[in-house]
Every structure is written in C-alpha cells, then in structure tokens.
Design a protein around this ligand. Structure first.
Ligand code: HEC
Length: 160
C-alpha cells in the first residue's frame, strides 16, 4: 500500500542517524585519537598549530598533558610492540635516550617517513642493518609524532 514505504524510510534514516552519532562518539575511524591541545578538535591550520608542533628547546618544561597523550598513542599506534623505554631492545632499539641522541627533525622524519629515511639516511641504514627489520610507516600524523616526542622527553627526564 501507499503508506508502507514511509515508515521504512523513517527507520532507515533513524539507523543512519544512530550510525552518525556512534561514529561521532567514538571519534570517527580514528577511535582513540581524541586528545587535542586546542580548545576544540585538532586543526593543523589553527593559528596556534605551528607553535604547538615546533620542536621544544632542551630546557623547556614537559607539557604533561601532551606527554600523557603521547604515551597513549605510543601504545595504541604500535610503537610499544617494537620499542621499549627501559633500555632493552626488542624488535627495534630501546627509545629511552632518543631525545638526547637525536634531533627532533631526524626523529620526526624517522617516524613519519621511515621508508625514505631507510633509503637516504646513513644512521637509519646502520640501524636497519643492526636490527634487520625495517621500521614500518605507522601512518601517524604530525600531532601524534610531536606528542610521542613529549612522552619520550618525559621518559628521558623522569624515567617514565
Ligand atoms: C615492527 C616494529 C616497529 C614498529 C611498530 C615501530 N618501530 Fe621504530 N624502529 C624499528 C626498527 C627495527 C628500528 C631501527 C631502524 C630500522 O631497522 O629500520 C626503528 C627505529 C626507530 C627510531 C630510531 C631510534 C634511534 O635509536 O635512533 C625511532 C625514533 C622510532 N623507531 C620510533 C618509533 C615510533 C614512535 C613508533 C610508533 C609510531 C615506531 N617506531 C614503531 C621497529 C619498529
């Protein structure tokens, strides 16, 4: 009959609305990525974004909120599977001490573009020869890379 399609359309819309709500509540496809240093969600074009992403000076205080977010990302983004921070090498080198032995820009390139680093950078190539596994591209963005550095700075200063 004529009245039939309407409720069906309704329930489809209803389900779609739920799905949107659900995706929204879990932060879309990036379920775990909720932390942002801005008032609202992270936006790389925000006027403060460049300052937030800039490498910290060696004696800058630790941004604790960022370090906590970095620690979470370090776990959920797979770094922990290959890198400990207690001096023991598992699949890759232990990452305690890394904020002292490397510059931020080098670290950033290694985390965001390991494939190109392994092609051109002699230190990355030496490491790859030693560890025999190529560091994979974990597809992590600029903010997560920066926040993981903050976590590693805290590890190097406070041991955790
Ligand atoms: C499958 C294992 C694996 C995963 C996952 C992984 N790495 Fe690596 N990583 C390595 C290996 C192995 C090396 C040594 C270089 C090489 O063999 O390519 C390395 C090297 C590095 C280096 C250089 C270390 C140094 O002493 O200079 C940094 C920094 C680093 N990884 C950070 C990360 C971060 C941050 C993540 C998570 C986003 C991550 N890695 C995920 C295996 C991994």
């Amino acid at each position: 009959m004529y009245a039939q399609p309407l409720p069906r359309l309704h329930s489809t819309l209803f389900r779609a609305a739920w799905l949107v709500l659900l995706l929204f509540a879990t932060g879309g496809c990036d379920g775990e990525e909720e932390w942002s240093p801005l008032e609202g969600p992270w936006d790389p074009n925000h006027p403060e974004a460049q300052a937030i992403l800039a490498p910290p000076a060696a004696d800058d205080p630790i941004d604790r909120e960022m370090a906590d977010a970095g620690e979470r990302w370090y776990r959920v983004r797979g770094c922990l599977a290959c890198h400990r921070v207690d001096g023991t090498d598992v699949v890759g080198p232990a990452l305690n001490g890394v904020t002292e032995r490397r510059e931020y820009e080098w670290y950033r390139a290694m985390v965001m573009k390991p494939d190109s680093m392994l092609q051109v950078d002699p230190i990355a190539q030496d490491l790859a020869r030693m560890y025999r596994v190529p560091m994979p591209d974990q597809g992590i963005g600029e903010l997560r890379t920066r926040a993981i550095w903050e976590y590693l700075r805290r590890v190097d200063r406070e041991g955790r």
